[in-house]
Design a protein around this ligand. Structure first.
Ligand code: HEC
Length: 171
């Protein structure tokens, strides 16, 4: 049966042709090699870019205050009407709810504290230096919350001028 031979021949020819094509494509393909030899961005092999100046603080910060001697801290704000105004405003925003309109510790929020918020015009507070008060207001003291992250340092110093001014007026 000649047609069966023909079929066999055709199959062989196709098979051989396929193998040839495969070999040809392997030989002519533009392989770039193994993956590990590829050019790739290996982040861990890069050196760090230079750090722009001033982006990482190397000095200052709250830790400096924590280590400071409160009695050696000096109020850097001048005693001016503008600073007193700033102090009054800071007080009304950040102290008033606890220490109250009369600064005597009688206020809505303050009433839930034991002991009650200290009378800011009384001797306990007024006999301390500005630095000692700044230290306590900033970092907290007993029930007094730390406010360094709530008020700017300039506001905290201004509040102290304000407390002094009111105590002078009262006394
Ligand atoms: C959440 C309530 C609260 C707020 C807000 C608050 N205080 Fe007080 N403060 C207290 C309490 C309570 C005490 C009493 C602390 C104690 O003796 O336990 C106190 C005590 C103090 C003292 C006395 C510390 C001492 O030497 O005994 C000062 C000074 C003071 N506060 C200032 C301020 C100033 C200034 C602000 C605003 C910038 C302020 N406080 C905001 C609750 C508060």
């Amino acid at each position: 049966m000649p047609w069966k031979k023909g079929l066999l021949f055709l199959g062989l020819a196709l098979g051989l042709g396929g193998i040839l094509l495969l070999l040809l494509s392997i030989l002519t393909a533009n392989y770039s090699g193994r993956m590990r030899d590829d050019e790739a961005l290996n982040v861990y092999q890069l050196s760090l870019p230079a750090r722009p100046r001033g982006t990482i603080p190397l000095g200052g910060g709250i830790e400096v205050l924590r280590k400071a001697d409160p009695r050696r801290l000096r109020n850097p704000r001048p005693l001016t009407r503008a600073v007193l105004d700033q102090g009054r405003q800071a007080y009304s925003h950040y102290c008033w709810p606890c220490h109250g309109p009369e600064l005597d510790g009688k206020a809505t929020v303050g009433q839930s504290f034991y002991p009650l918020p200290t009378d800011l015009l009384g001797p306990t507070v007024q006999n301390q230096s500005d630095g000692e008060l700044f230290y306590k207001i900033s970092l907290g003291y007993k029930r007094q919350p730390p406010l360094y992250a709530t008020l700017a340092a300039a506001d905290r110093w201004a509040v102290i001028h304000y407390l002094r001014a009111l105590a002078r007026k009262k006394g």
